[in-house]
Design a protein around this ligand. Structure first.
Ligand SMILES: *Cc1c(COP(=O)(O)O)cnc(C)c1O
Length: 394
């Protein structure tokens, strides 16, 4: 049996006719840059994400870059983020000329640990306040502890840029006076940054991204910045860039967005099936640890954190051997991520004092992504679990 890590073909086959027709309409319209199709998607994503405004941009990376630009962050500024994420989170900070500062992660969720973040902010206050923004990442499809992060942001008067590239549609709980309410990724900080890279839960047929916000002035700033900062056309008081989303991607994404909830549901069901099959297989707890469900229950509610499982990440012993074994059995899997950001070679010129982030470093040695895409068959999932059980019982 072959089990790919991700198979987009069934999804595309089901929508092929509708997508081809929509793309043909774009081609025939001769409107190839921005326009009504991009606006339609922006409106739909703003609504879906419970934000007021959305600006379509060229990628998730550019969503992060333009958000930092829109906040006026540049040389001399520091941005506080997690050391355990995809490179683009830090790349965007470096690209605007700012410098990343890290706070270690929570061992359960692998998202930034708010108490470590608080400690960094406290240290920064004594150092003359160079940190100008906080950039939490909703890693693998599960929101960071946004309630605590927003409290700290308010306390230190800092904007928050959510890297929600892996988490469109994820919800997290806020408890106010003992009452729980849910907020959605991208609507909580000043900016919510999404990616439509094909492997994300909502993926295009190429690159694309979006910035959501509830701040009108910031949204207007983004619209200008994505088009070279022209205001009006051909007059530039600031330098922006070409960060535009194109209508071909927009129409594809608008069609797919209508199915996103059902795809999230299928991924969550697969996560539940993994829990069931792993429990039945008798794999030792200290060999394989399943993704944390610590936020998955609040009394009387169906869920707490609504995890959209962009990736299903186990933590395991003998990770590299297990990966090779699974690949030899025709099972797709991947290490997200083998290196922490502070360990990347490109940071060497910045002469960081040798900070270490032990929780993140340990995660980088233990994590492995298993197939969880919506069209994964139960028999395929069962095969993945039995191969893992075989590996540890050999
Ligand atoms: C995918 C991703 C990005 C970048 O998105 P692109 O569209 O590939 O530029 C940024 N941050 C995280 C956490 C991501 O997973």
């Amino acid at each position: 049996m072959q089990v790919p890590l991700l198979d987009l073909k069934p999804q595309m086959d089901a929508l092929r006719d509708e997508i081809l027709q929509a793309v043909t309409e774009v081609i025939d319209s001769t409107q190839y840059i921005l326009g009504p199709k991009v606006q339609e998607l922006e409106q739909a994503v703003a609504e879906y994400s419970k934000a007021s405004y959305a600006t379509g941009v060229s990628s998730g990376t550019d969503a992060l870059i333009i958000s930092l630009m829109g906040l006026g962050i540049g040389p001399g500024d520091f941005v506080l983020t997690t050391p355990y994420t995809f490179f683009a989170t830090m790349g965007s900070i470096l690209r605007v000329g700012a410098v990343p500062v890290f706070a270690d992660i929570d061992p359960e969720t692998m998202n930034i640990d708010p108490e470590k973040l608080a400690a960094e902010l406290d240290k920064d206050r004594k150092n003359g306040r160079k940190i100008k923004a906080i950039m939490p990442v909703h890693l693998f499809g599960q929101c960071a502890d946004m309630q605590r992060i927003m409290e700290l942001a308010a306390q230190y008067d800092l904007p928050v840029v959510e890297d929600a590239a892996q988490a469109i549609g994820a919800d997290c709980p806020f408890t106010v006076d003992g009452q729980v309410e849910w907020k959605r990724a991208g609507s909580i900080g000043t900016a919510g940054c999404f990616s439509f890279f094909p492997s994300k839960n909502l993926g295009g047929i190429g690159d694309g991204g979006m910035v959501t916000t509830c701040d009108r002035e910031f949204a207007e700033n983004l619209v200008s910045l994505r088009n070279h900062g022209a205001e009006p056309k051909y007059y530039h008081s600031v330098v922006g860039g070409n960060f535009r989303l194109d209508p071909v991607q927009a129409v594809v994404l608008s069609i797919k967005l209508k199915h996103l909830e059902s795809w999230h549901k299928a991924r969550r069901k697969n996560a539940d099936l993994y829990r069931k099959y792993f429990a039945d297989a008798g794999v030792e707890d200290d060999a394989v640890k399943l993704p944390s469900a610590v936020y998955d229950k609040i009394e009387g509610a169906e869920y707490a954190n609504f995890h959209i499982y962009n990736q299903f990440i186990i933590r395991c012993s003998k990770r590299d051997e297990l990966r090779d074994y699974l690949l030899s059995k025709g099972i797709g899997c991947e290490v997200y991520y083998p290196l922490c950001l502070h360990q990347q070679e490109c940071l060497k010129p910045y002469n960081f004092t040798c900070n270490s982030y032990p929780v993140a470093e340990q995660a980088a040695c233990e994590t492995l992504a298993l197939p969880i895409y919506p069209d994964l068959e139960e028999s395929q999932l069962e095969y993945v679990v039995s191969a893992i059980a075989d590996f540890y019982q050999r």
